[in-house]
Structure formats: structure tokens, C-alpha cells
Design a binder for this molecule. Structure first.
Ligand code: SAM
Length: 352
């Protein structure tokens, strides 16, 4: 044995240090470091410490770590302390008011996903999510029992979904030719961020966002300007209530949250509302057929409760049993999400 190779050690070190990098990003984001450096580029560590009401020593360490991660740039000036500014990456994704800001999602990772992952060993031993251990609350339905019970947690979760949808929505909306559809229903469409991407991309399309009442009542908060009157909102429970009629149903990041029985309940409801020729656009992370990746999907699964990650073929099978035949699949490795477009047929033979 010639001893450890450089690349091998690097890979292991990156994995061991990954959580430190994540937490440095979460903390800088929570303390508004990127927002402050946007409005006042060129602060030094002591000035930043004063602004964020933190210790000079701790702030300096955080800023240096962010430089090493490519989130900040520092400039050494002769005989003076280094000053800091955002890198292009931070300008685009980390400022809270940037168009593609991931600030909301980062805060969700810090406040919700991080505590769940700190109980990963129990999750593995028990095969369940760890909301009760992490937050002291029992939850059968994470949305209704956990996220929407308090206004603060609800807003944080909705901000997280909103920010991801704004970043990924355009690629999902433009993945397929949807010109034959006039009306769409975004089932579990949350704040409507994805719906607005669909109406922007397809001038002839109107979208009804269907989500729980606790979510729909917040739509003014996310779209105070009524950007587009082709987007409307209907409140209801997609397991119990009637769904709005449409010729295209959108299911973005919905099915992975539920076990097969619940997926069947929801799909049969959509199938009942659909006429032949109706479309169903599904967007999720699609696992490779051998379940060997992508790790983003497999790592997300570690904190899941009753849901599960599936491959494109797994989703196609579920959809086919409700008369939706997969027409196109798009793996979008440069996006957070993949997508497939299915069409409702009148009659199917299950062993096709
Ligand atoms: N589709 C959005 C997107 O891609 O940004 C949001 C995805 S989020 C993971 C799941 C959404 O499903 C949430 O907005 C949640 O409120 C909604 N949801 C969960 N259970 C629901 C139910 N029983 N009826 C209606 N909507 C529900």
C-alpha cells in the first residue's frame, strides 16, 4: 500500500468538514452578513462585529471562514485591517432581497433541517422522522401538525419554499411545450411562486394555486402587487376536497412527501377530475434507476418521515396506474428539480 492518496484524503476531509461549512453559511446568513456587505461593502471585522452585535474575535473568524468558502472577498490594505465584500455568488444567492435569493431556504435548513439531522442516528435506528425529538411536538402530518401551527414557523417554511421555487421555477415551467393547455392547477402550489413562473413563460395559460387554507391566506404577503391576474388561489385539502378543474395539473415537490397509499389517493382524485388529453406535470428530484444518486435526493431522504424518494420509472408506474402515460422526462442536473410530463388516456392496460 502506497499510503493515502491526496484526492482520497481530500474527499474524506471535505465530507468530515461539510457540516462546518454549512453551519458557517447558515450563521453568516442569519446574522445578515451578506445584506450588510451589500449596503456597506468594505466593512472590516470590527465594524461588522458592531453592526451584528457580536464579538470582534468571533466575527473575524466567521468572515475569514466565509472568504475561504468563496462567499466573501477580503482586501488587505497596507497597515490596516482587511476589509470585506460579497463575492458574485453571495450577491446572487445570499442577499435576502436578491431575485434568486436562497436566504429563506438557508434559514429553513438552519432552523428545521439541522435539528432533524442532529438526530440522524435515531432516525436510522427507528426509520422515522425526528420532529418530536428535535422540536418536542408529535406530528403525523408535518405540514398541518408542525409547520403551520405557529405563524413564525409557517412564515419560515413558506419563505423557504418560495425561494427555491423562484430559483427553480423557470426551468420547470419551460421544460416542455405546454402551448395546448389553457388552464392549470398547481396542486400544493404554496405561495404561488411556481405559478407565476408558469404564467410568465406561457402567455396563454392561467394557473389556480390549490393549497391548505393556512397557506392560501398568506398569498398577499408574498405577492402584494398582484403581479399577474392569471394566477388565482383556492384553499382546500388535496386529500379531502374537490380540486379545481384544469387541463394541466402541476405537482411540484409534492409526491416525495407521501407514501404510495397517499400518492394513490391524490392521483385518483386528480384522475377523476381529468378528461382524456389532460396533462400532469410532475417535478421532483428523480433518483437514478439504480438508486445510486444523486446524493442531494438521497441525503434529503434521511430526514423524511412517511415520504420517499423515487426514480422517474417509479413515478411513471404510479402515474400509469391512474391513466397518466409519461410523454417526456427531463433530467435537469443544473437545476434542483427534474420534471416529467404525462398525458391522461381514456383506457389503459396495466401490463403494457
Ligand atoms: N409546490 C410547491 C413548490 O414546489 O414550491 C410547494 C412544495 S411543498 C414541499 C408542499 C406543499 O404541499 C406545501 O405548500 C403544503 O402546504 C402543501 N400541502 C401539504 N399537504 C396538503 C394538503 N393536504 N392539501 C393541500 N396542500 C397541501
Amino acid at each position: 500500500d502506497s499510503g493515502p492518496k491526496k484526492e482520497e484524503l481530500q474527499r474524506i476531509t471535505d465530507l468530515m468538514d461539510g457540516f462546518k461549512a454549512s453551519k458557517a453559511l447558515f450563521t453568516a446568513s442569519k446574522l445578515c452578513v451578506f445584506d450588510l456587505l451589500h449596503s456597506r461593502p468594505g466593512l472590516d471585522a470590527a465594524q461588522m462585529a458592531q453592526e451584528i452585535k457580536a464579538s470582534a474575535k468571533g466575527t473575524e473568524r466567521l468572515l475569514e471562514a466565509c472568504v475561504s468558502l468563496g462567499l466573501l472577498k477580503s482586501e488587505e490594505r497596507t497597515c490596516q485591517k482587511p476589509v470585506y465584500e460579497n463575492t458574485d455568488l453571495a450577491k446572487r444567492f445570499l442577499r435576502s432581497d436578491a431575485p434568486y435569493s436562497l436566504h429563506g431556504y438557508i434559514q429553513h435548513c438552519d432552523n428545521t433541517v439541522w435539528p432533524l439531522f442532529s438526530h440522524l442516528e435515531s432516525a436510522v435506528r427507528e426509520g422515522t422522522h425526528q420532529h418530536e425529538r428535535a422540536f418536542g411536538k408529535k406530528s403525523n402530518d408535518v405540514f398541518q401538525d408542525n409547520y403551520y401551527k405557529s405563524q413564525e414557523i409557517k412564515l419560515r417554511f413558506l419563505n423557504a419554499m418560495h425561494s427555491i421555487a423562484r430559483v427553480t421555477g423557470k426551468d420547470v415551467a419551460t421544460a416542455f411545450d405546454l402551448s395546448t393547455y389553457k388552464t392549470a392547477c398547481d396542486v400544493g402550489g404554496c405561495t404561488g411562486a411556481m405559478a407565476y413562473e408558469f404564467t410568465k413563460a406561457h402567455p396563454g395559460l392561467s394557473v389556480t394555486v390549490f393549497d391548505l387554507p393556512a397557506v392560501v391566506e398568506m398569498n398577499q404577503h408574498f405577492h402584494p402587487l398582484h403581479e399577474d391576474n392569471r394566477v388565482s388561489f383556492v384553499a382546500g385539502d388535496f386529500f379531502k376536497d374537490e380540486l379545481p378543474k384544469a387541463d394541466l395539473y402541476i405537482l411540484a415537490r409534492i409526491l416525495h412527501d407521501w407514501p404510495d397509499e397517499k400518492v394513490h389517493m391524490l392521483l385518483s382524485k386528480i384522475a377523476q377530475t381529468c378528461t382524456p388529453g389532460c396533462g400532469l406535470l410532475l417535478s421532483e428530484i428523480f433518483l437514478d434507476e439504480d438508486r445510486g444518486g444523486p446524493s442531494r435526493g438521497l441525503l434529503q431522504a434521511l430526514s423524511m418521515g412517511q415520504g420517499k424518494q423515487r426514480s422517474a420509472a417509479d413515478y411513471s408506474r404510479l402515474l400509469k396506474s391512474h391513466g397518466f402515460i409519461t410523454a417526456h422526462v427531463r433530467h435537469m442536473s443544473d437545476n434542483f428539480l427534474d420534471a416529467m410530463l404525462c398525458v391522461k388516456v381514456t383506457h389503459i392496460t396495466l401490463d403494457d
